[in-house]
Design a protein around this ligand. Sequence first.
Ligand SMILES: Cc1cc2nc3c(=O)[nH]c(=O)nc-3n(C[C@H](O)[C@H](O)[C@H](O)COP(=O)(O)OP(=O)(O)OC[C@H]3O[C@@H](n4cnc5c(N)ncnc54)[C@H](O)[C@@H]3O)c2cc1C
Length: 456
Amino acid sequence: MASLLDQLRSELPDLRVLADAADTEAFRFDETAFLKAGQPLGVVFPGSTAQVQAIVRAAAAAGVPIVARGAGTGLSGGAVAVDGALTVVFTKMNTILEIDSANLTATVQPGVINADLNKAAAENGLFYPPDPASYETCTIGGNVAENSGGLRCVKYGVTRDWVCGLEVVLADGSVVRTGGKNKKDVAGYDLTGLFVGSEGTLGLVTEVTVRLLPLPPAKLTLLAFFATVHDAGEAVAGITAAGVVPVTLELMDAYTIAAVDDAFQLGLDRTAGAMLMVESDLGGVAAEAQLAAVEAACSDARATSVLRAADAQEADWLRQARREAHGSLERRGAARMDDVSVPRDRVPDMIDAITRIAAANELPVGIFGHAGDGNLHPTYILDRDDPTAEERIDKTRDQIYRAALEMGGAITGEHGTGLAKKKWLELQRGARSVELMRSIKAALDPDGLFNPGKVF
Ligand SMILES: Cc1cc2nc3c(=O)[nH]c(=O)nc-3n(C[C@H](O)[C@H](O)[C@H](O)COP(=O)(O)OP(=O)(O)OC[C@H]3O[C@@H](n4cnc5c(N)ncnc54)[C@H](O)[C@@H]3O)c2cc1C
């Protein structure tokens, strides 16, 4: 019997197939390089839904599992290769099929880069709100599979809030379309919602329809500095409690400020314990009023200084610097970005817990993240030569997730469960919920074709 790869080569002569270990190496890991990656049977790059269907049918018949992959920027190991599996990379399916200005929607193939969709939308006076910090590299398919967030979630929500229709190839090779361009549609179960956030375990997304909005006015940007990261957390809670909903409310602690300032030479206040970056996209006097309310909440939380970006270019630099927080911390050592979420009034408590737990485990940590969503990214800096580092990180993570759960929070706010957090899923969701998830998986993918070993 011909091998699966030979069969695919002969059935789909246009299909790019990588089989040599040297060629597939770049597709074994995502951004969680610390997780153990398998050795894939091969890597394929379909160009159409029909090709994806043929790949799924052939792989199912051969009993070879499939790992879907976008750009590989994931931070939970969702796209990490599985031994003997076929990795299906969607980067060639990168066409923006339609920007529908009449219905305020866009329909795209899954390999479209988030920034490219936003660029095309902007050319039509529109925008697509979810913007992970990785927006210049990550794909819409990856965003859908992870239900990704970003820097505009405080106001606009996460990917799930914007996806209104999907085309998905199921484990038997059939295609379903869920939803579409309707603003309202409640017929039957919400299958779109089910596939969003399913981390490549229920089906392969081959087309995505998202809602768009008219482009908002240019942003006004405010920076507030605080003596302690706890005070910055109090300001976040205060802004939320005051009913102020900026478009962006990001936090960086002293460790992260120094790393970012070293990388970008922005002249940030390096004596500060923390800073917030807050943006309004209301435009004109409404934006001024919103930032005045933010400033008041920051003063109540003992801000040491509050200033505005001098102009749009400076605001762009600051935003870009925040997006590069992880990259800047990576210059300090091996940086392992984590992701926890708590109700927003518990942000100061969560910051204290992270600081205390990391110190107790003697682990340097930078704290930054989408504080306005209650979503923090403690980033542990480890010395690769230290044999105790992994053990201390594991202990720290376990304690931090338990602290978040005690506050009513979540073990992941936006990066997903994947491989990295499956050990803790039941701790948050409970045995019955995980059992329910397993039965959904069994109903859609009875032979465990898609992304085996991930999430559960
Ligand atoms: C510097 C940096 C900053 C980041 N900032 C953010 C942030 O602000 N917010 C945030 O939420 N995340 C963030 N991330 C994480 C990551 O970028 C997102 O999870 C992103 O959505 C992953 O997209 P990707 O194309 O890289 O997907 P991949 O990493 O390739 O895959 C992610 C998951 O999607 C599945 N998948 C991919 N394509 C398909 C498909 N077509 N059908 C079915 N399943 C599929 C994979 O199997 C995997 O489980 C950041 C990552 C980095 C490195």
